[in-house]
Design a protein around this ligand. Sequence first.
Ligand SMILES: Cc1cc2nc3c(=O)[nH]c(=O)nc-3n(C[C@H](O)[C@H](O)[C@H](O)COP(=O)(O)O)c2cc1C
Length: 225
Amino acid sequence: MTKSPDTPLKFLVFLGSARNSTPPKPPRLGLRVARACITEINQGIHVAELVDPLDYELAPSFKPHFAYAHGKAPTQLESLAASIASADGYIMVSPEYNHSMSPALAHLLNHFGSSLFSYKPSAIVTYSAGQWGGVRAAVGMRAFLSELGCLPVSAMVHIPKADEVLGEDGSFLGSADAQGWKQYFARTFTQLDWWASAARQQRAMSNSQAPVPAFTKAPSQRNTP
Ligand SMILES: Cc1cc2nc3c(=O)[nH]c(=O)nc-3n(C[C@H](O)[C@H](O)[C@H](O)COP(=O)(O)O)c2cc1C
């Protein structure tokens, strides 16, 4: 279905933490970061939905959505696949675990093929309890998200000592420079908004036909002859 230009843009906010343990404290610092993203992207214009890895019961043996016959994947995977396909862009919220992106986020995303994400932009938002804000995770996320087809916009959000910046409800704490943080988020989310609007128009013009078809059987379909 082609969306009219007036239909609000829909963004999925992927939360990259499934951690339910302390120490280190606090657990699931990412939840407040994801909530802040929803507030900052929304601004009463767009639709932003949280995707929480804890809501998905993924089988211990890995079988991605695209490995099932069409429409035959478990209900939760089908439902998330439909949501990814209907979104205009993605906000990927990740902590830094051992200088890398969240394994929970990578695992959830690996369940879906690039054709669902392609021709739409993404924004990288990282955080940490320490002083670097997850920048080392963000470097790897650029490559990951590019391969997934949802090219990350150039600006990124990094939040060091996120528990000193955000309260549990995702609002900026009184001790934080709320105005400065809002402007910082806005830089990335303005780029995301711009590219998401542009990509939606281009998808509508190409009648929802992907200019390059997704490979269907094996990655070798895109290799050199
Ligand atoms: C397994 C593990 C690895 C971590 N590695 C890093 C790291 O490389 N860099 C960093 O700044 N913080 C690291 N931390 C600390 C996290 O920034 C902190 O625990 C944060 O709260 C994690 O996000 P979460 O609470 O949403 O899971 C690590 C934490 C865990 C549990």
